[in-house]
Design a protein. Sequence first.
Length: 103
Amino acid sequence: MYTHSSSHIFENIKWENYQIQLKRPIEINLNFAGDLWECSNEEFDIFLVASDIEQLKKDFEEEFFVMWDVYSKESDDKLTEKARQIKYNILSFVKGVSVEDQN
C-alpha cells in the first residue's frame, strides 16, 4: 500500500463568504494511505478523511469555521473542560472575521 505524509499551512480560513484572519498560521498533518487522504490537528481536535487533498483542505476550513462559530458563542459554563480548551485554542488563533458581499 502506498502511503505519503506531508503538511499544509493555512494563513487564513475561508468558508462560504466568511474569512477568518489568523494571528499565526495553522498547520495540519496530511497522510495518504490507500486511496484516502487524512488530516489532523490535535489542538482543535479535528480529524478528517476525504478522497482528494483539495476536498480535505476545504473540509478542514469548514470544520474550523463551524467550531469557531459554535464555541465562540457558547458560555464557558455550558462547555465541558475539553470543549473550553478547544474554544480557547481556536480563539487564540483568530485575529478577526470578515464577511464578503455575495453581490
